[in-house]
Design a protein around this ligand. Structure first.
Ligand code: SAM
Length: 393
């Protein structure tokens, strides 16, 4: 899911740190793949079947499943381990980042002072939204915005290296790099071969992992990324530079940006909207519509809405809302996506949503067959496929 840039390699782990990270990756895989499968079996056997016998129906929705599962020993064990693995993910990279921090800050500063490609524009006066500053989202200590030194990049490094540990063992074998950005870019290339985007904007870009792949699929494309976290953007900019990519990062709130109307051919995001309160999501969708050119596309990778999942999967997906400091997750998934997109200004007939396989998991021909509707994409879960929604303007 994650491609290592030369900049990330400035902070190599020690032998012991690397083996700890491998352990955490394997623990995550054990919890998310092996244990999750067994928990579903336990649910059907111990909870759903007796419930159906008593009530003459299956549990109605994710909330009902959750009420029934809360006391199940398998859920308790799974949940506790998942929580611990989440914390351990960040802890496993923090010593490495702390040790290399002076070099990382120095190298990022040098990149920021050098001439293009790309640029970095920070705004020290930008207020950090409470939904970022008041809690450690994903249990990552310091969240996305904290700064511990002048020119700090620590949160960018912890997020980038930590997410590599996070999904490390779940990656499926492939020669090609996968991930959300690559998957959407190839979906776009295959489904709209005549579409030639020149300018793309990624909202809540963090350190650019899901922005950079678009530039590989569309040579000449100029990337823009906005985020509220300065340490992320410094790190993202240095990563882009180390790859020679033309990406312009700016510290802005996606609810209200300084780009002119109709600037971009593509406005995208990944893993972003579910961290917003509903009122912010609405402002962000409206702002995406404003900065998009007529004929352009808005596309967001997100967790599937509640309406696209069964009761058990809704219970399963909403875990993060209760235990991973993502309090808006369930309210976001309960939204009517087509209605929200129409409310933002898009014509209702221009809405789409679909599930696309992870680029890099399937063979190229299989990926193509899925996105062109000749075969079904793999079921959602553990990065095998992505749910995307959006609209053409
Ligand atoms: C989970 S991360 C997104 C991950 C990233 N898109 C990726 O694929 O690697 C959410 C990001 O949104 C940023 N963010 C939160 N609220 C924001 C806002 N109102 N405007 C811009 N960025 C925001 C956070 O700082 C964080 O970097």
């Amino acid at each position: 899911m994650f491609s290592v840039t030369p900049f990330d390699q400035l902070a190599p782990p020690s032998h012991d740190e690397q083996s700890r990270q491998q352990f955490v990756s394997q623990l995550r895989k054990f919890v998310m793949a092996d244990m999750s499968g067994e928990m579903r079996t336990a649910y059907v056997r111990d909870v759903e079947a007796p419930f159906e016998q008593r009530q003459g129906r299956k549990p109605r929705d994710g909330r009902e499943v959750r009420r029934l599962m809360l006391d199940h020993p398998y859920f308790k064990a799974w949940s506790a381990l998942r929580y611990s693995a989440q914390e351990m993910t960040w802890w496993s990279v923090m010593p490495q980042v702390e040790r290399h921090l002076p070099e990382l800050i120095g190298a990022a500063r040098k990149e920021a002072e050098a001439d293009g490609p790309g640029s970095l524009r920070l705004d020290p006066d930008l207020g950090i939204p409470r939904d970022v500053s008041a809690l450690d989202i994903h249990l990552m200590p310091g969240c996305f915005h904290s700064e511990h030194a002048a020119g700090d990049v620590a949160q960018g490094a912890v997020y980038t290296l930590g997410t590599a540990v996070f999904g490390g063992a779940l990656k499926l074998r492939s020669e090609r790099k996968g991930g959300v950005g690559a998957s959407i870019a190839h979906w776009l290339r295959l489904t709209r071969p005549d579409f030639r985007p020149r300018k793309l904007l990624d909202l809540g870009c963090t350190t650019g992992s899901n922005l950079f792949p678009y530039l590989a699929v569309y040579p000449g494309l100029v990337g823009h990324g906005v985020d509220v976290g300065a340490p992320l953007l410094r790190y993202a900019h240095a990563r882009a530079r180390s790859e020679g990519l033309d990406v312009h990062f700016s510290q802005q709130n996606a609810e209200s940006m300084d780009f002119a109307d109709g600037t971009f051919d593509v406005v995208c995001s990944s893993f972003f909207l579910h961290e917003q309160p509903v009122k912010s999501t609405r402002k962000i969708l409206r702002e995406a519509w404003r900065v998009l050119k007529p004929g352009g596309v808005m596309v967001h990778m997100e967790l599937p809405p509640a309406s696209e999942a069964d009761a058990y999967y809704n219970f399963y997906l909403d875990w993060d809302a209760f235990y991973n400091n993502e309090p808006h997750y369930a309210a976001f998934r309960a939204l009517d996506f087509p209605q929200e997109v129409a409310r933002a200004g898009f014509e209702p007939g221009k809405y789409f949503h679909t599930r696309i396989p992870n680029w890099g998991t399937l063979r190229e021909k299989e990926f193509e067959d899925c996105v062109l509707g000749r075969r079904e994409a793999p079921a959602h879960g553990n990065g095998a496929s992505w749910f995307i929604f959006g609209a053409w303007k």
